[in-house]
Design a binder for this molecule. Structure first.
Ligand code: PBG
Length: 337
């Protein structure tokens, strides 16, 4: 029986962390965080036309869908219990211009998708982005004048676009373009248009990251983008600056905060949750998804386990939920457990 060594006993005394880990039932009892379907927001890509579902090569398992197919996907997501979708349009190149004027078309692709989804599946939340990158011929999130992404003019435009998105039925506006003053301006514009109950989830801390590559393929902005987004996204080196940026968004009226990318920025998730206590979300972005998928496809990791572990890590870091391309896979997994 006696298999203790004197040495270990002397060091640990009565303290043995492994007591609580000894069986499945003890582990379940002491588990601090859990991932549930209620934590999931599913980002989807919408294309013009009907009846088309096309794969995105750099994001195996993720498709671009026409509005009718997106409605079917929304039904499936709702049936699985996924609370909300985040929609991103891949519009025709002919519609893209210097200022992203299509963002101000009442019946543009993103608004048609919102209206169709909300009509067919009223109980799923629709979260829309107002950044201009899907609409500009240069792939930047704002209006380009000379060499500059002009702040105030962009803010005015995204605030107007937000009202059209809310008119179409969007439940939450999620501005990702990182212009200064955008949250306050969008709040004012929504309220003036009678959209007091439409929320704002701020992409409060969006970093100038290399993890967005596959997304840019998904909405065809990769080839268009000249230069980088360093003059408006946050430097990955800066955590305190990220908290300051989020402070302004909270003061301007953000209802929820988001950190993007996700896993490399868990410290920011934790800091924002501690600082503000607002509902806080992480966006597990396209590059994070692609890395897991690629390693799994090579047999180098267990893709499902890594997926679940990364999502749980967000919960541990203080997140209330995660935008993830894995949402449907996870929901299916949790449903069969
Ligand atoms: C831009 C935007 C980006 C993503 C969503 N909206 C980043 C970018 O292209 O610079 C990235 C999402 C992802 O990588 O999954 N407004």
């Amino acid at each position: 029986m006696e298999n203790k060594t004197h040495l270990v006993d002397e060091i640990t005394g009565h303290r043995r962390m492994r007591r609580n880990r000894k069986a499945d039932w003890t582990r379940r009892l002491v588990q601090e965080n859990r991932l549930t379907v209620d934590d999931l927001i599913w980002p989807i890509f919408v294309i013009p036309g009907t009846g088309i579902v096309e794969p995105i090569p750099a994001m195996p398992g993720v498709n671009r869908m026409t509005v009718d197919m997106a409605v079917e996907a929304a039904k499936e997501a709702a049936d699985l219990g996924i609370p909300a979708l985040a929609t991103f349009p891949n519009i025709e190149m002919e519609l893209r211009d210097e200022t992203g004027s299509n963002s101000l078309e009442k019946n543009n692709l993103i608004n048609l998708a919102t209206a169709a989804i909300k009509k067919a599946v009223p109980n799923i939340g629709v979260i829309t982005d107002v950044a201009l990158d899907p609409f500009t011929s240069h792939g930047h999130d704002g209006i380009l004048r000379g060499n500059e992404i002009v702040n105030d003019e962009t803010v005015e435009q995204v605030a107007r676009a937000a009202v059209y998105q809310a008119d179409a039925g969007a439940d939450i506006i999620a501005p990702s373009e990182m212009m200064d003053g955008r949250i306050g301006a969008i709040r004012q514009a929504l309220d003036a248009a009678g959209h007091q109950s439409v929320g704002i989830m701020s992409y409060a801390t969006k970093f100038s990251s290399a993890f967005y590559g596959p997304y840019r393929e998904a909405i065809s902005t990769g080839g268009l983008l000249k230069g980088d987004k360093k003059t408006y996204y946050i430097d990955p080196a800066n955590g305190t600056e990220a908290v300051r940026d989020a402070t302004l968004d909270v003061e301007e009226g953000a209802d929820m905060l988001m950190v993007k990318p996700g896993l490399p920025y868990l410290d920011i998730c934790w800091r924002l949750k501690e600082a503000f206590g607002l509902p806080t979300f992480a966006y597990q972005v396209s590059g994070e998804y692609a890395m897991i998928k690629a390693a799994a496809a090579n047999g180098w990791i267990d893709g499902e386990k890594v997926m679940l572990e990364t999502l749980l890590a967000f919960k541990r870091a203080g997140c209330d939920g995660i935008l993830t391309y894995f949402a449907v896979d996870v929901a299916r997994h949790l449903a069969k457990k």
